[in-house]
Design a protein around this ligand. Structure first.
Ligand SMILES: [Zn+2]
Length: 361
């Protein structure tokens, strides 16, 4: 038995459902539920009309029709409003929170160290030069005042190549080039070979640094690797003095370790410089009072240097006595070990992210 109360209840029910409908799918479900041909609730009402008392039949029929029209209208209106608020194709919601950035790659601590060194010298007008890692005996030893019988060659356990290669030596006119028979080939044991490469191609004034990998027949341990990196420096001109060398090295080490760094030069020996010096910097960790890093001495050895030996100038064919110059060399790994307080050189090559991520990049 249907009456006006049923119609009103159904109306209210529809309004409540419409209020929470938010998609076209919701609207279709509502249409099926209320107006569906077989089981729609309004359709059912029409079905019960036959049993209604004759005196109210007409009025009920009118009300049901009214409700049906209202529902259709309301569904259409809501559909139109949903369509109107749908974002256009390619819409970007700029109010959404951003995606978290992916982990950013960082530079290796040895790269950071090399670039710190390079940045100091390039600021001072030095040119950065690069050269071959495979070398012939002449560039690596002979021209650097280390003839075949020279004891300094024993100090450097060299990795020789099984078969010698020949590389054309494009030098300046007058340069003494290696005799063709003497082409023992090797992996360079020091970047000092770059002094020869550069001087055989350029007239002074020269102001270069040459960073690069070098190779020795060393076993891997806490402080040794068969491959490591050096930075070679060379300055040549007229009237370049030991004072220039000392000033350059002191200024460089103060740039690297801080302006309070004290620097000590101690006489040393290298075949290709005379006089030669080992250079010590006051320990940047304890300030010179003595700690584990500096082995209680307050100083750490950081590089070797000296005035270019006249025999080297002679080998590259510079006129006798015209030029003077200085050279220095340092190990990048060694400086990185000291700077970062790392106790084992092998960490630098093991690519363990837990280690690498501790360094500033
Ligand atoms: Zn110390």
């Amino acid at each position: 038995m249907t009456d006006a109360t049923d119609i009103a209840r159904l109306h209210a029910d529809f309004e409540a459902s419409l209020a929470v409908a938010s998609s076209e799918g919701d609207l279709q479900a509502l249409r099926d539920r209320f107006l569906g041909r077989k089981q729609g609730r309004v359709t059912d009402l029409f079905g019960t009309l036959a049993k209604a008392a004759p005196e109210i039949k007409r009025e009920l029929g009118r009300q049901i029709n009214e409700l049906k029209a209202h529902i259709e209208q309301a569904l259409d209106a809501r559909r139109a409003s949903i369509e109107a608020s749908r974002p256009p194709a390619g819409f970007v919601d700029v109010t959404l929170p951003g995606r978290p950035p992916a982990p950013v790659a960082r530079r290796h601590p040895l790269t950071v160290m090399r670039e710190r060194i390079e940045s100091v010298f390039t600021r001072w007008g030095y040119e950065i030069v690069d050269g071959p890692e495979t070398e012939d005996d002449w560039h690596c030893f002979e021209a650097l005042n280390m003839p075949a019988e020279h004891p300094a060659r024993d100090m450097q356990d060299t990795l020789y190549l099984e078969r010698p290669f020949t590389r054309g030596v494009a030098g300046r006119p007058g340069t003494r080039t290696p005799p063709p028979a003497d082409v023992a080939s090797l992996l360079r044991t020091h970047t000092s070979a770059m002094q020869i490469h550069y001087m055989t191609r350029h007239e002074p004034p020269i102001r270069i640094i040459a960073p690069g990998r070098v190779y020795r027949r060393d076993n891997l341990d806490v402080t040794h690797t068969p491959m490591f990196q050096q930075v070679e420096g060379l300055v040549v001109g007229e009237r370049v003095t030991m004072g220039d060398l000392k000033g350059t090295i002191v200024a460089f080490l103060q740039e690297l370790f801080g302006e309070k760094t004290r620097v000590v030069f101690r006489p040393s020996f290298f075949p290709y410089t005379e006089p030669s010096a080992d250079v010590f910097a006051s320990c940047h960790k304890c300030g010179g009072s003595g700690c584990a890093m500096c082995k209680r001495t307050g100083f750490i050895e950081v590089l070797g240097c000296g005035m270019v030996h006249p025999a080297v100038f002679e080998a590259v064919g510079y006129p006798k006595g015209r030029y003077t110059g200085f050279a220095f060399g340092m190990g990048i790994e060694r400086l990185a070990l000291l700077t970062y307080g790392v106790d084992d050189i092998r960490h630098f090559y093991e690519n363990d992210l837990r280690f690498l991520e501790q360094f500033p990049s």
